[in-house]
Write a protein that binds this ligand. Structure first.
Ligand SMILES: Nc1ncnc2c1ncn2[C@@H]1O[C@H](COP(=O)(O)OP(=O)(O)O)[C@@H](O)[C@H]1O
Ligand SMILES: N[C@@H](CCC(=O)OP(=O)(O)O)C(=O)O
Length: 369
């Protein structure tokens, strides 16, 4: 057997991959993907799956039920039924290969504090080391506030980063990122994206009938995760043998299957910085800084934010909460874990010889990517 290109991967499967045009669950594709995951497992690859499809599966299951629901209630109802259907099917399909999968339903809040984050990481690490395949999804039944994941592309990036994966494979209904809307004949597939390259101009707001975030969230996730040193591939989940081929043990050589590869940057990011990289949304306060402090943080990795450079403290945060750092123009230039609570920070504004408000080890800026 060939040697897989990666030993530890996250695999995200979009709703469109798992549904047929009429909205019903595409068991043939599901089964083909499980077959490939089983082959990879047998080749020694550790895999965590992030699978969408609960809402779509529930909607088709309940299509004959005629009750009026608002969009939030409908999502809750459909996902409650659809997730059960989805995980049952995965369970049975993996069983045919002598493999076991387990369900992990999560919320964005479960990534908010370091304690919750480590708790979740531990859960999935335990599953992986026991040979169980985690099948992760957002807990759509209760995730209804503005603290929802943008979509499962964002969640897949968090999982890949949290588990220190070597690669993240995002399966959609398109072959990757195109130079324009893929339905336009002149659009071409972009094969490779170098670290730091900006191809955002290629991405339109269009998305498929079942998808939530479109290519935009895949692109944002891919660039951020690749910058952390993880290879990201976007490809079509409907192509036979796609996952095994991408990993170098399939019917086609990896480089000849259509996909977009986001080359990994070679930054060695610490586990703490990986968590911080994805925690901006959880900020409980803002530290406004002067030009000198802003410049120092943007010029050099390893700079702590000292009270002397802070001009104003917003919010009511506790020690260890996430806080944003804004320059005099109001632009967020960094964020990190506060070294003290808001009252202590206010009292220290402008002072010299005081402890950092954010220590360098807990401060995240673009320089870390
Ligand atoms: N430049 C682009 N390249 C590829 N797809 C694009 C591009 N711009 C927009 N898209 C849209 O993104 C869709 C895929 O995202 P999405 O609908 O969220 O699917 P999924 O369910 O797989 O997450 C494609 O079907 C396509 O309509
Ligand atoms: N948690 C939702 C998935 C929402 C979502 O992100 O969908 P997609 O854009 O198809 O990956 C579900 O299982 O239906």
């Amino acid at each position: 057997m060939q040697t897989p290109l990666y030993r530890r991967i996250a695999l995200k499967i979009g709703s469109n991959v798992l549904t047929r045009p009429d909205g019903t669950l595409d068991i043939t594709t599901m089964s083909a993907l499980v077959d490939q995951v089983a082959l990879l497992r047998k080749a020694g690859v550790e895999i965590a799956m992030i699978s969408s499809g609960a809402v779509a599966a529930g909607r088709s299951e309940l299509r004959n039920m005629h009750i009026q629901l608002d969009s939030v209630s409908a999502r809750q109802l459909y996902s409650s039924v659809g997730q059960a259907k989805l995980i049952n099917r995965y369970y049975e399909l993996f069983r045919e290969h002598g493999l076991t999968c387990g369900q992990v339903l999560t919320l964005k809040e479960s990534f908010a504090t370091r304690r919750h984050y480590l708790n979740q990481k531990n859960c999935m690490e335990v599953m992986l080391s026991a040979g169980i395949i985690p099948v992760v999804n957002e807990n759509d039944t209760v995730s209804v506030t503005d603290l929802m994941f943008t979509d499962n592309d964002e969640l897949s990036g968090l999982v890949a980063s949290m588990l220190g994966m070597q690669a993240l494979v995002i399966l959609s209904n398109v072959d990757g990122v195109f130079t324009g809307n893929p339905s336009e004949p002149e659009s071409r597939l972009i094969r490779t994206v170098q670290p730091g390259a900006d191809i955002s101009g290629c991405i339109s707001r269009s998305r498929s009938s079942m998808g939530r975030g479109g290519m935009d969230t895949k692109y944002r996730t891919a660039t951020k995760i690749a910058a952390e040193g993880i290879a990201v591939m976007i490809a079509s989940g409907k192509r036979p043998g796609i996952v095994t081929s991408l990993l170098g043990i399939g019917p086609e050589p990896s480089e000849s299957v259509p996909h977009t590869l986001f080359m990994p940057g070679n930054t060695a990011t610490s586990q703490m910085k990986k968590w911080l990289a994805h925690s901006e949304d959880f900020a409980k306060g803002i530290l406004h800084v002067n030009d000198g402090a802003a410049q120092a943080m943007l010029d050099r990795v390893g700079t702590s934010l000292l009270p002397v450079g802070v001009t104003y403290v917003e919010g009511n945060f506790e020690k260890d909460d996430i806080v944003q750092v804004k320059d005099p123009a109001g632009t967020t230039i960094a964020w990190g874990r506060a070294g003290c609570d808001a009252a202590t920070a206010r009292e220290a504004i402008g002072c010299r010889d005081r402890r950092p408000l954010i220590h360098a080890d807990y401060l995240y800026t673009e320089l870390n990517t």
